[in-house]
Design a protein around this ligand. Structure first.
Ligand code: CMC
Length: 392
């Protein structure tokens, strides 16, 4: 990785500036007790609990509580949290009306970013040192983000959004609001596990964005809106959509080798592969692959899965030696496709889950805040002579 130093020209007695690292690779930008990643062993834990255990034993809301408040809830704390989230699922008719004026061909991530930001207009009181305010904002965001994602899906099809159902748990209710059908219990359970797997991942780009925004002491809706905008990019959350497009483009298993060799020769990034932190297969990809197989066993096989496995096998040979293996996005799209979810909702679903991690980081940032203000290495001109417009 290229490095440049500020040493040259630093006045005597001034401490040498640290080397420049593009993308801040390897540069600690905060201290955090939320999430730990061992990228060489492929281990991920939230607040000390292995993500494998959480995905198989916990629920998304319990995991969200753990992330934000740092400990597993007691039965009564969980009950109260679930009830509060359930009570705040509805969004104002004014937000729904605003969403009806969005272009129906617009990307659902843009719709989500705008509607998340609009919450700040409705809940404008800001009391960042008040635990009740923090609790209320966490509940409101976790409750309303799925409703807004499902609402835009129906609105863009020319339908009215449907109201959340109080008798359905969090994941099942989202699938119901999206498809207007009560989901199969296995499908709902698997979807809930997907939310757990996507809930947190240390200082990824959107979480960094959330912490930078939080450090200005703005409101939590602006924090989440800025993180949603960051998640939307194809190098981050947006990759899960691109994986299915890539598999559709490859088409058949016999074309995998030739396609991959050409893509590598053209220096293309293979979507759903590679990670700044992991040099082995992402542990979330391992679990998502198992979840995909459970879905195929229950609801029928998807030939695209065979294609994906072939691509993984061929890529292990070509990219494995560089530490490039499937990441979380490689198999998640196949799970969502089997659940009947449209491709451009994959990233908004990532956001529904990651809001838990963003809020955990928001709360942690407020606990020991200092505004983010890194330095830069200026590379532009200096001392230029002003030219009047008539002489340019
Ligand atoms: N396909 C082919 N080569 C790759 C890939 C890939 N997916 N990822 C990294 N490389 C190569 C890259 O070409 C470079 O090679 P060289 O040293 O010969 O120039 C080397 O590996 C280092 O790549 P980098 O881009 O500097 O690595 P990074 O740590 O900056 O990027 C990444 C990490 C995730 C952005 C990158 O692996 C990538 O673009 N992957 C594809 C997009 C993707 O799947 N994103 C989802 C990431 S996981 C979920 C999330 O964060 O939201």
């Amino acid at each position: 990785m290229a490095e440049a130093s500020l040493d040259a020209g630093t006045p005597a007695g001034t401490p040498a500036a640290p080397p420049f690292r593009p993308g801040l690779e390897g540069v600690p930008a905060t201290q955090s007790a939320i999430c730990d990643i061992d990228g060489r062993k492929g281990i991920l834990s939230y607040r000390g609990y292995a993500v494998d255990d959480l995905a198989s034993q916990s629920s998304f809301l319990e995991t969200a509580y753990l992330l934000v408040w740092g400990t597993l809830p007691t039965a009564s704390q969980l009950e109260e949290f679930q009830q509060e989230v359930q009570m705040h699922r509805r969004v104002s008719f004014r937000i729904r009306d605003m969403m009806k004026s969005f272009p129906s061909a617009g990307h659902p991530m843009d719709a989500l970013q705008s509607s998340a930001a609009s919450l700040g207009l409705f809940y404008s009181r800001r009391a960042l040192d008040n635990p009740e305010y923090i609790y209320g904002a966490v509940v409101r965001l976790i409750a309303k983000i799925p409703t807004m994602v499902a609402a835009f899906q129906l609105i863009r099809k020319g339908q009215d959004p449907i109201q959340p159902r109080d008798d359905l748990p969090y994941a099942a209710n989202f699938l119901y609001m999206l498809t207007e059908r009560e989901p199969d219990p296995l499908a709902a359970r698997i979807f809930d596990a997907c939310l757990i797997l996507h809930a947190e991942h240390s200082l990824n780009a959107s979480t960094f964005s959330a912490r930078v925004t939080a450090s200005t002491l703005t409101d939590p809706y602006a924090v989440v809106a800025s993180a949603v905008g960051t998640l939307a990019g194809p190098l981050h959350g947006g990759a899960n959509e691109d994986v299915l497009e890539m598999l559709e483009l490859i088409g058949t298993e016999d074309r995998v080798e030739a396609w991959l060799d050409q893509a590598i020769a053209e220096k293309q990034k293979i979507m759903g592969f590679g990670h700044r932190e992991y040099k082995v297969k992402d542990p979330r990809a391992v679990i998502l692959q198992q979840l995909a197989e459970q879905l195929f066993d229950q609801f029928g096989h998807d030939p695209m899965y065979d294609l994906a496995r072939k691509l993984e096998a061929v890529a292990a040979d070509r990219l494995g030696p560089k530490g490039i293996y499937p990441n979380v996005d490689f198999y998640s799209g196949l799970v969502y496709r089997k659940l009947g979810i449209p491709e451009d909702l994959f990233t908004p679903i990532f956001a529904i889950a990651r809001v838990a991690g963003w809020l955990a980081h928001w709360k942690e940032q407020l606990g020991a805040n200092r505004i983010y203000r890194p330095s830069q290495i200026y590379t532009g001109p200096s001392g230029l002579t002003w030219q009047p417009l008539s002489e340019r």
